[in-house]
Structures are given as structure tokens and as C-alpha cells.
Design a protein around this ligand. Structure first.
Ligand SMILES: Cc1cc2nc3c(=O)[nH]c(=O)nc-3n(C[C@H](O)[C@H](O)[C@H](O)COP(=O)(O)OP(=O)(O)OC[C@H]3O[C@@H](n4cnc5c(N)ncnc54)[C@H](O)[C@@H]3O)c2cc1C
Length: 471
């Protein structure tokens, strides 16, 4: 469209939106100066055509329908904590902020469900579940800011995926609005529903490219009554797997966390400038932080202690220490969760979030590390991960933000993914930043089918354009 037509269409859209929603829900110009597109870019101002603040599903429908009619692209803003550039605007978009769709509609303790609007922040959901003596098991570092709509749109994971699954496994129903304004309401509280296609799964993990999520029914669980943790030192990757199987079998499904930290990463997490002291001495090749959640603290502590004694006898592990008190528990988990302690040891940092079949992780990470060491400009290599889910994170410390250095590092980590049958994104999604690597973990036929789906639901390609797919 010629530029004067674009401006005309934008102006007509803004007046149409103000007429339908009210002027206070449609901000433009100087009112965007204190807005931002990511929590790490708060001081940059927001470059967009308009910033809308719907407070109902019908408002969202009006915005989408009008943008569709005027050929104006749209980006949905949740808590803006994504890690792949999936909320980055180009400047010509209408932003839909979900911050005012923030009601907890109902907590049903009998069905063990919670129905919420999409803008409710994760921490509030966790607290509401707790107030009702239930648990919403999803948990990760950005819980105080990430909204459930954004979490569903990125199918977020976190620390207990091994036991409770990704976000996808915790969603029973969704209400979604399509780009043409159609409201698809599927807010059932039922667990089993094989009545034809399960449409909610199209929108889960679609990073705001297929529809806007406005409400969700979440699955809650009975909270475990005990939490037991231990750190162990292990000298071979084979034994990391042997221990996982031993604990999983011995605890009959109570194993809820199995976090692997490579020896050099553990050293960096537990030596100055990091604040935590090491629960076990440095020097082992691998450290595993595990968690068992059950129904009786004393018995479960005994069970974990017994399983670890057996592992010592069988020479699967070299050393172990149990968390005996609440403060031990907090100390152990702070070591794993405080990834910032690694970031501050890097001049510049590059992060990865890959999936590899569990049996191949040891070998693959060792080869990747050797290749990374050969790259001039790489200073630190910190692997760690939710290994029971096949999810490996790397933080790479480097001398600069130089693009060719960044690409060389990307090549080392991503090139083996195809042959390994892995994924370039275990949790964080594709967004803008990983788009060029999508073909390493999806076949041409899969990508073509995704494009067909996108064209069907959003024929003018207006919803979060340029994200995930080159189309
Ligand atoms: C400190 C930190 C730790 C993190 N740890 C983890 C972790 O352990 N595991 C993990 O998986 N992720 C993690 N993340 C990533 C991030 O928190 C998740 O991706 C989160 O789920 C995004 O939610 P959000 O509300 O911030 O979404 P946003 O960042 O606002 O949006 C993410 C995407 O969803 C779209 N979107 C947002 N709301 C809606 C909606 N209502 N309808 C349709 N589309 C929508 C946006 O357009 C965008 O494409 C972490 C991030 C940080 C900063």
C-alpha cells in the first residue's frame, strides 16, 4: 500500500476504535512514551501505531475485526517476559495490551479448576490456588510478571515439567478471538473430550500468531505434603541416567525434579562472586539436584536417603547430601535458580534452550563444549538443564556482541540438532530470534502445514507478523 494510504487507513482505524471502545482505551503519540515492548527495554519508548487496553473479550473482538478491515497488523502484549523477540514491533502495529483483562473468574475446588482472564499474572494464580488448598504447579523465574495468556501462548515449562508437564498439560479450556473478530469459546472444565478436533491446542504455543487468548480454564492439583531434596556428585553421564531411572522407579512417580549441573557450571554457581556456598565439594564431573514430593515428610526423607544409599553402594554416585531443613531446601534450589550468578560472570552472554534425547545429552554437550572452546572470543561455557525432560540450557560468556561471533556460537549449538532429532527451542519458542533455525527441527512438510494453518486463520497475515514463520 502507498505510504499516504497507509497513514489514511491508520487514522481511520484509530477513530473507528475510539468510537467503539472509548478514547481512554486507545492510546497514541506521546502516550506511548512510557510504554515498552519488553521488560528489559523499559526505557526505550514504544514505536507503534496505537496501544489499546481492552477490558472484555468483546473489546478484543472489536479491535481485531477493525484492524483486519483496515489491513493493520496487531501484536498482543502479555507480561513481556518472552526470551525470543516475540513482542518486538516494527512501528506500524496496533498493540493489544491484556493488562486489564485480569479477573479470576472462578475457582472450583470440586472440579479442581480455575477460570481466569488472560491478563492474570502467574503468581496471583498460584496464590489463589493456595488460598483454596490446591496447587497450580507451573513455576518459573518470571512468575511475578508473566501473564497466563502469554504463558499459554508460549507453552512455558519450568522446573517441574517432569512431574506435571508443560503448560499444555495444565489447560482444560480456552476462549480465543480470531483475527476476523470471531470469538471461539471452549471454556469447559472437563478433562476428557474427544468430540472432534481439540482446537485449544492450536493456540497453545502459537506465540500470538493464530489468535488472541482471552480466557482459560486451568487444571489444579492437590498440593503435595512433603518436599525432599538432595545434591549428588557423579562422574559419568551414564550414571546420571542410571540414577534418574533408579530414583524414578524407587519413588513410584514422586520424583518431581532432576536438575543436572555440569561440574564447571556448579563451581561458578557456588564460588565468589556467586553468593551460594557449595553443598558438596567441587571436582565432580556432574551434580544433580533432585526433588521428591509426596505425602509424608519423614517417610519421604527416609525414602530418598535409602535410595541414595543404594546408589552409593552400587557406585552410581560418588557423594550425596540431603536438605535437612527448610533453609537447606532454599539454599539448594537458590543455587539452581540463580542463573543471574552465571550471567554476571560473563562480559557478554548468549543463552540457549535446546532439547536433545536424554541418552545423547552427555556426548552432545561434551562435543559442543569442545567446539565452542575453539572459537576465539568465547570465554565461558556454562551448561545446565532440566535433564529428565531432555532440556539443556547453555549460557555462553563472550568478549563482545559481534554478530559473526554470535552466529559462530549459534552454529555450534544448533548444527547437530537435526541429526540428533532435537529441538532448537525446548521452552522459550521461536519468535524472531530463532526463526532461521526452525528448519533444523521441523520438516519442510511440517512448516508448510503450519503456513497453511496460518493463512486459514489469518489470511491477511496481520497477527504478530514476521514471528515464527517466514511467510
Ligand atoms: C527471568 C525469566 C525466567 C524465565 N524462565 C522460563 C522458564 O523456566 N520456562 C519457560 O518456558 N519460560 C521462561 N521464561 C520465558 C517467559 O517467561 C515465558 O515465555 C512466558 O510464558 C511469557 O509470558 P508473558 O506474559 O510475559 O508473554 P509475552 O512476553 O508478553 O508474550 C509472549 C508471546 O505470547 C503472545 N501473547 C501474550 N499474551 C497473549 C494472549 N493473551 N493471547 C495470544 N498471544 C499472547 C505475545 O504476542 C508473544 O508472542 C523466563 C523469562 C524470564 C524473564
Amino acid at each position: 500500500m502507498p505510504e499516504n494510504k497507509v497513514i489514511e487507513s491508520g487514522n481511520a482505524l484509530i477513530s473507528a476504535l475510539r468510537d467503539q471502545l472509548g478514547a481512554d482505551k486507545v492510546l497514541t503519540g506521546a502516550d506511548l512514551e512510557d510504554k515498552y515492548y519488553h521488560i528489559w527495554k523499559m526505557n526505550d519508548g514504544l514505536n507503534a501505531l496505537a496501544y489499546t487496553l481492552p477490558s472484555t473479550t468483546e473489546d478484543v473482538s472489536v479491535i481485531l475485526k477493525s484492524c483486519n478491515a483496515h489491513d493493520v497488523p496487531v501484536i498482543v502484549f502479555g507480561g513481556l517476559t518472552n526470551l525470543v523477540g516475540s513482542t518486538e514491533p516494527q512501528g506500524n502495529e496496533v498493540i493489544i495490551s491484556m493488562q486489564n483483562l485480569n479477573k479470576i473468574i472462578e475457582t472450583d475446588t470440586g472440579s479442581r479448576t480455575m477460570t481466569v482472564e488472560a491478563g492474570v499474572v502467574l503468581e496471583r494464580i498460584q496464590q489463589e490456588a493456595k488460598n483454596n488448598k490446591l496447587l497450580f504447579p507451573l513455576n518459573f523465574g518470571a512468575k511475578g510478571t508473566a501473564q497466563i495468556g502469554g504463558i499459554i501462548s508460549t507453552n512455558a515449562g519450568g522446573l517441574r515439567v517432569f512431574r506435571y508437564g508443560m503448560t499444555r498439560q495444565l489447560i482444560l479450556g480456552l476462549e480465543t478471538v480470531l483475527m476476523d473478530g470471531t470469538i471461539i469459546s471452549g471454556l469447559k472444565k472437563i478433562i476428557k473430550d474427544n468430540s472432534a478436533y481439540d482446537l485449544k491446542h492450536l493456540f497453545i504455543g502459537s506465540e500470538g500468531t493464530l489468535g488472541v487468548i482471552t480466557k482459560a480454564v486451568l487444571k489444579l492439583i492437590e498440593p503435595p505434603q512433603s518436599r525432599c531434596s538432595a545434591f549428588v556428585g557423579i562422574n559419568s553421564y551414564e550414571n546420571v541416567i542410571a540414577l534418574l531411572k533408579h530414583l524414578d522407579k524407587g519413588s513410584a512417580g514422586a520424583l518431581s525434579g532432576y536438575e543436572l549441573i555440569w561440574g564447571n557450571t556448579y563451581r561458578a554457581m557456588t564460588s565468589p562472586p556467586a553468593h551460594s556456598k557449595p553443598p558438596l565439594p567441587h571436582g565432580y564431573s556432574f551434580y544433580v539436584l533432585m526433588e521428591i514430593m509426596g505425602s509424608n515428610q519423614e517417610k519421604d526423607n527416609e525414602l530418598l536417603s535409602h535410595l541414595l544409599e543404594q546408589a552409593l553402594e552400587k557406585e552410581i554416585i560418588e557423594d550425596a547430601t540431603l536438605a535437612h531443613t527448610q533453609s537447606d531446601l532454599e539454599w539448594f534450589w537458590k543455587i539452581r535458580e540463580d542463573v543471574h550468578a552465571l550471567v554476571v560472570q560473563c562480559n557478554y552472554d548468549q543463552h540457549f534452550d535446546i532439547s536433545i534425547p536424554i541418552s545423547d545429552i552427555g556426548d552432545a554437550v561434551s562435543k559442543m563444549s569442545q567446539e565452542l572452546e575453539k572459537i576465539e572470543g568465547v570465554e565461558k561455557i556454562f551448561p545446565f538443564g532440566h535433564v529428565a525432560d531432555g532440556n539443556v540450557h547453555f549460557i555462553i560468556g563472550k568478549v563482545s556482541e559481534d554478530t559473526s561471533l554470535k552466529n559462530k556460537i549459534n552454529d555450534v549449538i544448533y548444527s547437530p540438532i537435526k541429526a540428533l532429532g532435537g529441538s532448537v527451542s525446548a521452552e522459550h519458542g521461536i519468535g524472531l530470534h530463532k526463526k532461521q533455525y526452525l528448519a533444523l527441527c521441523r520438516t519442510p512438510e511440517e512448516i508448510e502445514t503450519m503456513k497453511k494453518l496460518k493463512r486459514t486463520l489469518d489470511p491477511k497475515l496481520l497477527l504478530n507478523p514476521h514471528k515464527i514463520l517466514d511467510i
